[in-house]
Design a binder for this molecule. Sequence first.
Ligand SMILES: Cc1cc2nc3c(=O)[nH]c(=O)nc-3n(C[C@H](O)[C@H](O)[C@H](O)COP(=O)(O)OP(=O)(O)OC[C@H]3O[C@@H](n4cnc5c(N)ncnc54)[C@H](O)[C@@H]3O)c2cc1C
Length: 181
Amino acid sequence: MTLNIDQGLQSKAGFRGLRVAAKIVESSLITSFHLEAADGSALPAFRPGQFLVFKIPSGDLKGYVLRNYSLSGSPDDHCHYRISVKREPSAGPGLPVGQSSNYLHDNVCVGDVLIADGPRGEFVLDDASDRPAVLFSGGVGLDANGRDAARTGQPVGPSHPCFCMPAKTARCMPCAMRSMV
Ligand SMILES: Cc1cc2nc3c(=O)[nH]c(=O)nc-3n(C[C@H](O)[C@H](O)[C@H](O)COP(=O)(O)OP(=O)(O)OC[C@H]3O[C@@H](n4cnc5c(N)ncnc54)[C@H](O)[C@@H]3O)c2cc1C
C-alpha cells in the first residue's frame, strides 16, 4: 500500500454540527450513522481512509471526550457522511464499557446533532501509483476502501488489492463484508 502525504487533506473548517439522518444496525457489534450538515451547508470532500474527530459528551468537568471515526461511506456522496462504530465492551472486571462507542449506540438517535471536525488523515491510497495494494484491517476495520470493494466487487485503488479482515464470527462483520464471506 502506498501513502499519499498531502497536507492539503487536512480540513480547515473546524468543528461543525452533523445531524444523524439514519442509524443502521450493521451487525451485533457495529452500528452505522449517516450524517448530514446540521446547517444544510455542503460537506467537505474526503478521501477513503480519512476520518472525523467527534466531541462526545461526557460526565466530567471537561464535558466531552474526543474520538476518531473513519468515514465508511462513499466519497461520491457529497450530502452525507457515514461512520461505522463498534461497540467497545469493558476490557475487564471493574472497568467501564467504552465511553464514546456505547454513548453513540445507546443514546444517539435520528435527528440528534453530533459535533465533529474533519475530514482528517493522510493515510490514503495513492491513485497515481500502479503498485499492488494489500489492505489489512482489524476490529471494525472498514473504511470506504473496503466498502467500495464490497459494493462493486471491482478493484479499488491503484491496482488489484487484497482485502484481509479478521473477525470472531461472520455475525460480527459489517453487512457489506458479510456478503463476501
Ligand atoms: C484514525 C482512527 C480511526 C478510527 N475509526 C474507527 C471506526 O471507524 N470505528 C470504530 O468503531 N472505531 C474507530 N476508531 C476507534 C475509536 O476512535 C475509539 O477509540 C473507540 O470507539 C473506543 O472508544 P470508546 O470511547 O468507546 O472506548 P474508551 O472509553 O476509550 O474505552 C476503551 C477500552 O478501554 C477500557 N478502559 C477504560 N478505562 C480503563 C482503565 N482505567 N484501565 C484499563 N482499561 C480501561 C474500556 O473498558 C474499554 O474496553 C478509530 C480510531 C482512530 C485513531
